[in-house]
Ligand binder design. Sequence first.
Ligand code: TRP
Length: 407
Amino acid sequence: MERISTDAGFMQGHSEFGPLDTRPTGRVSSWALRRSTETLGGHAARQVLRLSEAVGLTGADSVAYAQTLLTALGPVAERPLALPPERSFLSDDHTPVEFSLAFVPDGDPTLRVLLEPGYGAGGLAENGRTGLRVVRAMARDWGFSTKRLDELEDLFFPPNPQGPLALWCALELLPGGVPRVKVYLNPAASGQERSADTVREALRRLGHRRAFAALPEGDRHLFFALDLGDWQEPRVKVYLAHHDLSAAGAAGLSRLDGGPGRAEIQRFFRTAAGQDVDADGFGHPDVPLDRRPGLSCHAFTESRTGLPSGFTLHIPVRDYARHDGEALDRAVAVLRRHGMDPAPLVRALAAVTSRRLQDGVGLIAYLGLAYQQGRPPRMNAYISSEAYEVRPPVTAAARTPRPEAVH
Ligand code: TRP
């Protein structure tokens, strides 16, 4: 059961659960009461406030970013959580918001938030139009150009779009109150069978003529992503899904020139997927991921070499762990191995939920190991909002049901 007291600080002035709330915790069904009064925006904005604090942003930045999230969500922010969710591929319980922490070896992690501005717009075409409108409003507010996105509009926003999404955007919540913006588009918008052509053409229009040929084989083009705004080296990223991926297979996916060592990628894969060597020294065989697929992401910044300058491997840890305690242990192991401090992740999980980690699985959705040429590896941990639902942990009696076919 949720403890009202843990939320009280952020409820000030927002609801009846302010500091003057003297009800004894544990005696009333605070969770049920909260669900009936809480909104999607209220829930997510409060999480942003708490997460911002967990990564050391100032109070002013935290408030600005909570407001940014509410603005980006628009009218659905007012939607009561008591209503069933609209469909969204963004997260398992259909919350249109997901958080992540990007860890670097020397420095504080960056908090990011991924969101679907067109959530609940009624159809994918309107969802996409809303998304474009919201991103263009951000561009006006923060003074950046949407030119690269505008050049691709006909490819990713056809009149009758298909596929699992229309437009998502991610905000990197940097100190200062102005986020960096990324946009995620759907290569299957004009049909799954056209997605390779769509990706090839989009890369070509952005000046990356040889990039498509540099991509490894995959089962599906999942996202086409663009950095917009104030980036030193704005990237174009292609995400591929790989069914039945093994550690050895994952190690062969990077196309970076002189990129990461195969052993390092395999090690990350095994740890994230729960295939680490046992205490008694026996390794697990090279088991492929037979539930949700692994994803690879290939980032292009320059067009001279035709090769990507970034590679990320994403492991959907939630489908290969019994509960979030296990998922956290794996994240901590990866972070320590790469010289990064896990404390902010532990704080971040406590910031988004007060449930015990063993009581669910999916709070940590993915772990990603990211390589950008010339820099030490980063680790990304994706954290679910769980506004609507917590997936139950896997008990000894029941294996996790296979998730719906999503990729
Ligand atoms: N929910 C989708 C999935 O699980 C898409 C997604 C959301 C995703 N956040 C992500 C994919 C982070 C990779 C990394 O695949």
